[in-house]
Design a protein around this ligand. Structure first.
Ligand code: AMP
Ligand code: MG
Length: 548
């Protein structure tokens, strides 16, 4: 089917969320607890001098928008919140959440304003949401605004994740507001004025675990049921066939839904582990009911493989959200969602079974993912668990760049015969040559380490030979799962440093780079390198605060 490219004026809205779900009866925009409602009507706050910094043409295509439409002044006015299109009905959603393991009560869209739901030419539903467009009833004591640095990070990472094949909310546009926003970045009593910005995000739905939790916490089972019925009807219609949206669903449908959320979440977590992504704030209000990566805040990408690393400075003490703990936290979060829908199911056992489904699915998909990263045809539990664990142990002995190492391993082509013919360790070391660039500390390449890694390569070689796969076939398949280009923290920071000085060129260059993470990009070779030394302990590169 050919897509007819639209201008903004021809976007077709169908605002089901506000049509089908109960609204906050109050329309004045002041901070409050909102009861018995899924959302509050609220308009974006106009901004003084909006300027388009970047847009994603792939995200625009989801709305059937042409690049001409994105470069039109109308686009800047609409996606800065200054103008509403016909059919837009802005609102902020009510949700709660567990933050760092504790129930935090009402949170809600404190600085996100949904503009409406577009139905595109493929009949897909895309909710448009501005992040940083001003205060809402859910803003608590904050301002509802967002600064340039965090907006650049959200914009680029959303699109980077999409191109990597990781489920995610999308980013349509990045617009500076021309207004300053005060932030105390490290919460140390040194507030500074920063440039304000707004990202327009897209997702089939922005519903989070916390949207359900809030109603159960308030014993408002009636609204809980309405939200879950709605969510299944709109976002999970395959679970119920074509039923009328007004039809009430039964506990069997709720259970099927929860099982699917468990499966999707497991698959999402496997993807994060594959590419070395650390979300940084896996609170239940930041967990998408659709299994998408959502709310890009103090996230980070692993440079050297370190399962204990957390990018979030607020998480430094407990490291709850460290890379290696993410699958367990997702399970914990799913258990909170199970508690939230328990009143609609009335039986603990099937919910427990569904949570076990998460664990089983995660294990299964993780093994499949790891064997793909290593270029193995299928997972052999007698050998491969040990092989993988040994490799991770080696990563811990000598700091190894995860992305570079896995990318390079596709070019590894030694045979067992070669190992036999090379009797000296010094001869066998030839195999490490392509990997040298993946190491951060040459002093860690001790003799003991070298013996161990040569040993590992020897086992790996034998394992590859069991598969009798051609080198080319293995290499091609590995290059589809081991990216060459990721949005390293220091790269985003370089783009932010320039943007804060008024030069947005690197944002667009990185957007271009993240479009083809698995391809060779000779013009971007300089970005496919390990984190430089200056970035090891720099704010924004290895430490991110929640301030945004
Ligand atoms: P986060 O940790 O970014 O997921 O945010 C947790 C809660 O705080 C959500 O309800 C956000 O909407 C809200 N929030 C974060 N930053 C702001 C802000 N600058 N203004 C208003 N609300 C905010
Ligand atoms: Mg959030």
């Amino acid at each position: 089917m050919t897509i007819k490219y639209n201008s903004l004026k021809s976007l077709a809205f169908d605002n089901s969320f506000i049509r089908e779900l109960p609204a906050d009866p109050q329309s004045a925009n002041y901070r409050r607890q909102v009861f018995g409602a899924c959302y509050s009507i609220v308009k974006p706050t106009p901004v003084l001098y909006p300027k388009l910094i970047a847009y994603s043409k792939e995200a625009a295509a989801l709305l059937d928008l042409s690049e001409d439409a994105c470069n039109d002044d109308e686009f800047v006015q609409v996606f800065s919140g200054n103008r509403l299109l016909f059919g837009m009905e802005p609102y902020a959603a009510c949700y709660g959440g567990h933050q760092f393991g504790n129930w935090a009560g009402q949170l809600g869209d404190g600085r996100a304003i949904n503009l409406g739901e577009v139905i595109n030419s493929r009949s897909e539903r895309w909710t448009l949401q501005l992040k940083g467009a001003g205060a809402t009833p859910y803003s608590r004591n904050a301002d509802g605004l967002a600064v340039l640095r965090s907006s650049v990070r959200e914009f680029l990472c959303s699109e980077a994740m999409f191109h990597l094949g990781v489920p995610t909310t999308r980013a349509l546009s990045l617009i500076s507001t021309g207004e300053m926003v005060e932030r105390d970045m490290f919460y140390d009593g040194n507030p500074k004025d920063e440039h304000g910005a707004i990202v327009c995000r897209l997702a089939q739905s922005f519903t989070r675990f916390g949207n359900f939790e809030i109603f159960t916490a308030r014993n408002d089972i009636k609204t809980l049921k309405k939200l879950l019925d709605y969510t299944i009807h709109i976002d999970f219609p395959h679970l119920i066939g074509h039923q009328n949206i007004k039809e009430e669903l039964t506990w069997q449908s709720y259970l099927k839904w929860f099982e699917e959320v468990c499966i999707r979440t497991a698959d999402l977590l496997v993807e994060w582990m594959r590419v070395g992504f650390v979300h940084g704030v896996m609170n239940t209000d930041n967990m998408s009911a659709l299994g998408l990566t959502i709310d890009y805040g103090p996230y980070g990408w692993l440079d050297n493989y370190d399962p204990n690393w957390t990018p979030n400075t607020t998480d430094r003490a407990g490291r709850r959200y460290r890379f290696g703990n993410q699958p367990a936290v997702a399970h914990w979060n799913l258990a909170q969602l199970a508690n939230a829908i328990f009143p609609l199911i009335g039986d603990v056992e099937p919910l427990k079974d569904a949570l076990n489904l998460y664990s089983a699915r995660f294990k299964d998909r993780w093994q499949t993912m790891m064997r793909a990263k290593l270029g193995l045809k299928s997972f052999d539990s007698t050998t491969d668990t040990i092989l993988i664990n040994q490799l991770f142990t080696l990563f811990g002995i000598a700091e190894t760049d995860m992305t570079l190492f896995f990318r390079k391993i596709a070019s590894y082509d030694f045979t067992s015969d070669w190992f036999k013919s090379m009797s000296q360790i010094s001869e066998k070391m030839a195999l490490l040559k392509p990997f040298i660039e993946s190491y951060y500390e040459p002093s860690q390449l001790t003799e003991e380490y070298l013996f161990k890694i040569v040993d590992w390569f020897s086992s790996y070689t034998k394992r590859l030979e069991k598969d009798s796969r051609t080198y080319k076939d293995r290499q091609d398949s590995m290059n589809l799962v081991n990216p060459k280009y990721i949005l390293r923290n220091y790269l985003s920071q370089l783009a932010i440093d320039k943007a804060e000085a008024g030069d947005f060129s690197m944002i667009n260059r990185l957007l271009d780079m993240v479009r083809s993470p698995y391809s060779e990009q000779p013009e971007n070779e300089e970005f496919a390198v390990k984190r430089p030394d200056w970035a090891r302990n720099r704010a924004g590169c290895s430490m991110l605060s929640c301030s945004s």
